[in-house]
Design a binder for this molecule. Structure first.
Ligand code: SAM
Ligand code: SF4
Ligand code: SF4
Length: 336
């Protein structure tokens, strides 16, 4: 029996953030002026162990989850992440396990991830322009390094890699057609993401958002496209295929065309809190019960209670909200 929330949305996806640390300082996620040398990240003892994560994932699968995505922070800064993947792939009923990464450690990690059984990879790359890319990631990486990571992933056997690009007006929007052209030629699937007001630190303004419609129009003018059908219920990307048959790209229009109505995602933070929305603030602690020896039935009960009362639809109501921004969870903490 599937678990449904107050809007009859089933629980289908679990996004697991394995760390709040990252080796990048993307301006829209972990601005360097906030996350300096002295910033206190979660101490190791606070993090769920791989065994604890696996136990939670297993009971989520019993409650209806079929897709898992590992994220962060940067998931590959967590030591031996492949060990977690090897545990997760053994869970019966999981149809898909994906990982979102900034690609920095892919040259040394891609093969181990593939061998552990990871199904799919998403790599974040906001532009092919070296100077702009470095400005966007706080000078922690280069385009060349990301491309080397992607090549290593291909050599390891990953195919149809998804490439995430957050589009910000006046920052990287001029180069989005170049990115689309590159991905099309290389056989990757671009996912252009509207810049979101996640967290409280990036100084988001509506004027910085390039609406998905405009992204599509710009690409269409250079390389004609037509709409493609959804792959599955609740898919966040709106897909477009090139009319010359050479592939597709997608837009994630979380700001201008919110998709809360089919949001089937639950998020697990590195220290074991459950968030039913990317724009949540507190979450629900699962770790205390877990470490106090709760059995699976008791843990499942917590998840059931959390999901059954879920009424989140932040993106649909964002423009009607007034007053100060509440203390929202940060993107680097629960992942995208
Ligand atoms: N560190 C990994 C990476 O960057 O791929 C995984 C975590 S990151 C938080 C997950 C995704 O969220 C990335 O593709 C990133 O570009 C995206 N993201 C971060 N902040 C965002 C924002 N304010 N709006 C839209 N997407 C954002
Ligand atoms: Fe790190 Fe990813 Fe956030 Fe960039 S988007 S700072 S790579 S967690
Ligand atoms: Fe889901 Fe919340 Fe995003 Fe809406 S705003 S799609 S409910 S995560």
């Amino acid at each position: 029996m599937l678990l449904h929330d107050t809007f009859q949305r089933p629980l289908r996806d679990l996004r697991i953030s394995v760390t709040d640390r990252c080796n990048f300082r993307c301006t829209y996620c972990m601005p360097a002026e906030v996350f300096g040398e002295a910033y206190q990240f979660l101490p190791r003892a606070e993090l769920l162990t791989f065994e604890e994560i696996t136990r939670i994932a297993r009971l989520m699968v019993r409650l209806g989850v079929v897709k898992l995505r590992l994220t962060g922070g940067e998931p590959l800064v967590r030591q031996e992440l492949e060990r977690l993947i090897a545990l997760l792939v053994q869970i019966e009923g999981v149809e898909d396990i994906a990982l979102t990464t900034n690609a920095y450690f892919l040259p040394q990690k891609a093969q181990a991830l593939k061998d552990a059984g990871l199904h799919r990879l998403t790599v974040s790359l906001d532009t092919l322009d070296e100077a702009i890319f470095q400005r966007m990631n706080g000078r922690r990486s280069t385009v060349a390094r990301v491309l080397a990571g992607i090549e290593a992933a291909q050599r390891a056997g990953f195919e149809r890699i998804k490439i995430n690009a957050v589009v910000q007006r006046g920052v990287n929007d001029d180069a989005l057609v170049d990115l689309a052209r590159w991905a099309k030629a290389a056989g990757h699937i671009m996912r252009f993401i509207e810049y979101m007001d996640v967290g409280t630190l990036n100084g988001w303004r509506m004027d910085d958002v390039v609406p998905a419609k405009e992204i599509i129009a710009r690409i269409h003018a250079a390389m004609p496209v037509e709409p493609a059908e959804q792959n599955y219920y609740g898919e966040v990307a709106e897909r477009w295929r090139y009319v010359d048959g050479s592939g597709e790209f997608g837009v994630i229009a979380s700001v201008t065309q919110p998709f809360c109505g089919t949001c089937t995602r639950l998020r697990l933070s590195p220290e074991g809190r459950l968030f039913t929305c990317l724009f949540g603030s507190q979450g629900t602690d699962l770790r205390t019960a877990l470490r106090d020896g709760a059995d699976d039935a008791a843990l499942e009960d917590i998840v059931r209670r959390v999901w059954r009362v879920r009424a989140d639809r932040y993106s649909e109501i964002r423009t009607s909200l007034t007053g100060p921004v509440p203390n929202r969870v940060q993107m680097y903490h629960i992942g995208g």
